[in-house]
Ligand binder design. Sequence first.
Ligand SMILES: NC(=O)c1ccc[n+]([C@@H]2O[C@H](COP(=O)([O-])OP(=O)(O)OC[C@H]3O[C@@H](n4cnc5c(N)ncnc54)[C@H](OP(=O)(O)O)[C@@H]3O)[C@@H](O)[C@H]2O)c1
Length: 328
Amino acid sequence: MQYRSLGGSGIDASRVGLGTWLTGVEADERASIRVIHAALDAGITLIDTAPSYGWGRAEEILGRAIRGRREQAVIGTKCGIWWADARGSFNGQKEGRDTYICLQAETMRLEVEASLKRLNIEAIDLLQVHKPAIEPQLTPIEETMGCLMDLKREGKVRAIGVSNVTMEQLGCYQTYGNLDTQQCHYNMLNRGPERTFLPYCHGQNIASLTYTSLEQGLLTGKVTLDREFDPEDFRRDVGEWMPWFKPQNLARLLSTFTGWQELLEHYQCSIAQLVIAWTAFESRASHVLCGSRSAQQALENAAGGDIVLSDADAARITTDLDQLGAPN
Ligand SMILES: NC(=O)c1ccc[n+]([C@@H]2O[C@H](COP(=O)([O-])OP(=O)(O)OC[C@H]3O[C@@H](n4cnc5c(N)ncnc54)[C@H](OP(=O)(O)O)[C@@H]3O)[C@@H](O)[C@H]2O)c1
């Protein structure tokens, strides 16, 4: 596993990170803890979570999983999705609860205290704004960033990040303090950040954490045309929202993977590992977050952090992706 600094924070974190969105929704806590332990055993230190993953459940389980292993983990959690009352801007209903985006100093402090308690830790290694404000006039970025910088000075937070922001918002956060990380949806099938966040952040010493790096499993080659998802699995009917799941697009993607057989043999790796290696190649993503349903997946994804592609192979993959183009 390779390790990279979280911006200017002085904290090193594994290039492959474990995402815990699934931890919040999976029923079996022991299975979730096995995934987290497998990831730590394999050299993953960066673990991404959020209060909203299972309404606090993912943080609680993560807190129990790292008991006795705190020093091995770099915990990134988030703030800004609020559901205790109607403060902030309405962000929609989820599982029967009204949620709001609230980035006021007062609610952020309450969130940080709740996260510290659920995670059972003294300080949050990385606190990220989960989503930017819907009505910025309600809470100016100056207030939000001011609060984050205060939390850092107080030792409750060690590094500061944002997620899902625009380039303009990112610049505004930078005006009022020092960002260590930004998190965005980036992968082989969603390459917009190559023209925006990735080069900018590389130049500014801001780490880029990518989410949905495996496009919910599509970029592992294990979602085939005949794969049936469980009735409760959101991927069952996701074509309009994630068009690469549509059969005609999936067929083209699988055909691209077939063309990479010699690369898989050369690097002795799986498609997921090749994808992770490409995503982290040189100045693309500094940290690649992957969700894992099993310990086996966590081990496989972690090993993707060991692969260093040659310039020629990385360029060849990029050319193939250019030819693959956009989904229909
Ligand atoms: N900041 C944000 O707003 C935001 C948004 C989304 C996600 N995130 C973060 O990013 C993390 C990762 O993203 P994600 O969970 O959305 O999606 P992802 O990593 O693209 O996909 C995870 C899914 O891929 C499959 N998978 C993973 N590794 C595999 C392997 N080695 N072989 C075969 N299948 C494999 C598993 O599904 P099956 O086994 O069921 O096929 C798993 O549920 C999240 O957990 C979360 O921490 C943040």
